[in-house]
Ligand binder design. Structure first.
Ligand SMILES: CC(C)(COP(=O)(O)OP(=O)(O)OC[C@H]1O[C@@H](n2cnc3c(N)ncnc32)[C@H](O)[C@@H]1OP(=O)(O)O)[C@@H](O)C(=O)NCCC(=O)NCCS
Length: 153
């Protein structure tokens, strides 16, 4: 019988989006425009934070900590973005994002962003959520990276 080493609750599952690079997504060099890629990254990160909180309407982005592009994407390429919650504070949720090109296994873009829980008046509130310890243990690379980012702010 298979032994389950750790379980990831549904609200913490990897969030993935895939995008076809089209003419309208290109910059003047003919490669994917950074603004378009940033939109996809922030949107996919937002979805990860919103799924975790369970109330998308209560999530706003407070900071995009950085985006690093290491390879250009070209028309016709497929960009897959994977995001995962890495750190949870009292009011904040920090998400780590990475992106892959086509069938390549190497990460070509990485990014992180922090979101805050806000009420209908836009005031932050304590969401009362925590990451389960087995999730932290089984995603230590993401969680350690997100914690360093959170502590640096
Ligand atoms: C989000 C907002 C309500 C927070 O304001 P606030 O309540 O005064 O902020 P606080 O200083 O209490 O911090 C709230 C949380 O954000 C975290 N935070 C603050 N500055 C941060 C930064 N630069 N990076 C990451 N997290 C940060 C805090 O640590 C806190 O989280 P914690 O309780 O888990 O530690 C306010 O900044 C805002 O309205 N920003 C605009 C949001 C927006 O419009 N986003 C869309 C951009 S287009």
């Amino acid at each position: 019988m298979n032994k389950i080493l750790s379980s990831t609750p549904a609200n913490l599952r990897l969030t993935k989006t895939a995008h076809l690079v089209k003419y309208s997504d290109l910059n003047h060099h003919g490669t994917l425009f950074a603004g378009k890629m940033s939109e996809w990254l922030v949107e996919t990160s937002f979805i990860a934070a919103a799924r975790f909180l369970g109330r998308p309407e209560d999530i706003v982005c407070i900071q995009v900590h950085g985006i690093k592009f290491t390879k250009p994407a070209r028309r016709g390429d497929l960009v897959e973005i994977q995001t995962q919650v890495g750190h949870v504070g009292k009011k904040s949720i920090t998400v780590i994002a990475k992106a892959y090109l086509n069938t390549n296994v190497e990460v070509v873009i990485d990014c992180s962003a922090t979101f805050v829980s806000v009420d209908q008046n836009g005031h932050s509130y304590e969401h009362g959520l925590k990451l389960p310890q087995d999730y932290i243990d089984s995603h230590s690379d993401i969680c350690e990276k997100a914690e360093r980012i959170y502590n640096k702010k």
